[in-house]
Design a protein around this ligand. Structure first.
Ligand SMILES: Nc1nc2c(ncn2[C@@H]2O[C@H](COP(=O)(O)OP(=O)(O)OP(=O)(O)O)[C@@H](O)[C@H]2O)c(=O)[nH]1
Ligand SMILES: [Mg+2]
Length: 399
């Protein structure tokens, strides 16, 4: 079936110096020739050339003067004949140009992601690279941008292809053995083959672990700040954000709702959730706030469990939190150490939301927590996989 020709605005909708409209498909050149007046026809243009001219409507009215870039198949992003029209950055202009193009029955508006889908279908990029395009567009920290860039440069695809050929190689040996099973001929040392498969499994697990790291880099870390009222949760949020975002007061029960803010630290996006202090309360609004705090803990990658250095440890609250999250996600933090430096508590980090002491350390902890947890889980899973293979081998079900 012949592909239709698609059009869409490639730059954000809104006002800017320029906007770019992208057209891709077999009718791209003729459709643009219908509305574009330049020195020569786009149909005859050489690939990778730029053409200055006017966009005109059916009544020959001037809409905008534009630059048209020409990309001939297969040397374009989609692998098809493609055009990029750079117009002045006014939504009225871009809308008009797109309307003129789609008035042609051979052209329709592109679906979201359709240009990249075509690039994939035409083997211009593989799935890992298609994903990377979306990640580059959406990356909000330098680290996530770098990760996506590496993926687009083909590092992930290369690794996956290597693993694929190693697997094919091993499976061809297994097939060969199966074909000659009656003859009692051994083509490859079975222990050697098992070792190879084991090492592939380990490599896949390492790749899965790096996915988890990549996920953190790409999506950020959800950090819930929880604790009893007045321990300094909102003060900690404000200190990290370097602004007075949440109301801070000496009255316990100040924060009633969940406050969400994002901050990039060391290239990693942290999504911080300041919550209502948890205590027994008769106030219906505060009670609702506490239920929301618990929901936030459930969804968090890391929970900062904050205590006040001047108060007794609230072990009962810590135990209560375990109903909503696992202990390895919780970082125990004692706050207000500017008031009492000598008090020793069994905590992971000691900070002062007033002076900022210890807060750097808190963030290197938050970064490691979700990674260590998942990595440990993955290691366990990988050992289980090896156990299963060994068991199957012992039962004679596989080589
Ligand atoms: N000295 C000192 N005071 C602090 C520190 N952190 C917070 N405070 C004070 O402790 C009080 C409570 O702070 P908040 O940040 O409102 O505490 P919270 O945990 O958000 O309280 P709720 O929202 O009521 O649950 C305020 O008077 C803060 O100024 C600290 O590190 N040192
Ligand atoms: Mg508060």
């Amino acid at each position: 079936m012949k592909e239709d020709t698609i059009v869409a605005l490639a730059t954000p909708a809104g006002v800017g110096a320029i906007s770019v409209i992208r057209v891709s498909g077999p009718q791209s050149f003729s459709a643009v020739d219908n509305i574009f007046c330049g020195k020569s026809k786009i149909e005859n243009a050489v690939t990778h050339t730029l053409h200055y001219g006017d966009i005109k409507n059916q009544d020959d009215e001037h809409i905008d003067d534009v630059l048209v870039s020409v990309f001939r198949a297969p040397n374009s992003y989609t692998g098809e004949d493609s055009i990029e029209i750079s117009t002045h950055g006014n939504p009225l202009v871009t809308q008009k140009v797109i309307e003129l193009l789609t008035a042609n029955s051979d052209i329709r508006l592109a679906e979201p992601g359709e240009f990249t889908k075509r690039a994939f279908l035409n083997n211009r990029i593989d799935l890992a690279k298609a994903e990377a395009v979306a990640d580059i567009i959406n990356s909000r920290t330098e680290a996530s941008f770098r990760g996506a860039r590496n993926q687009l440069d083909g590092l992930l695809s290369k690794k996956v292809n290597e693993l694929r050929s190693q697997l094919l190689n091993s499976s061809s040996f297994v097939e060969l053995e199966l074909d000659f099973i009656e003859e009692d001929i051994q083509f490859v040392n079975q222990d050697e083959l098992l070792k190879r498969i084991d090492s592939i499994i380990i490599e896949i697990d390492t790749l899965l672990e790096s996915y988890e790291f990549g996920r953190v880099i790409r999506d950020g870390v959800n950090v819930a700040i929880v604790g009893r009222p007045n321990v300094g949760k909102s003060s900690l949020l404000n200190y990290i954000l370097k602004e007075s975002r949440a109301i801070v007061s000496e009255i316990p029960g100040t924060t009633r709702d969940v406050i969400r803010e994002e901050v990039s630290i060391g290239g990693i996006l942290f999504r911080l959730f300041d919550t209502a202090g948890i205590r027994v309360s008769d106030d219906s609004i505060e009670k609702e706030g506490i239920i929301r705090s618990q929901g936030t803990v459930r969804a968090a990658d890391v929970v900062i469990f904050l205590e006040d250095v001047q108060q007794a440890e609230s072990n009962d609250l810590f135990i209560d939190l375990l109903n909503f999250t696992s202990s390895d996600k919780i970082i125990k933090v004692v706050n207000k150490i500017d008031l009492n430096k000598n008090l020793v508590k069994d905590v992971d980090v000691k900070i002062s939301a007033k002076t900022g002491e210890g807060i750097d350390l808190l963030f290197s902890c938050s970064k490691k927590k979700p990674l260590e947890t998942k990595a440990t889980q993955k290691k366990r899973r990988s050992l289980q996989t090896l156990d299963t293979i060994t068991a199957l081998r012992n039962q004679g079900k596989i080589l």
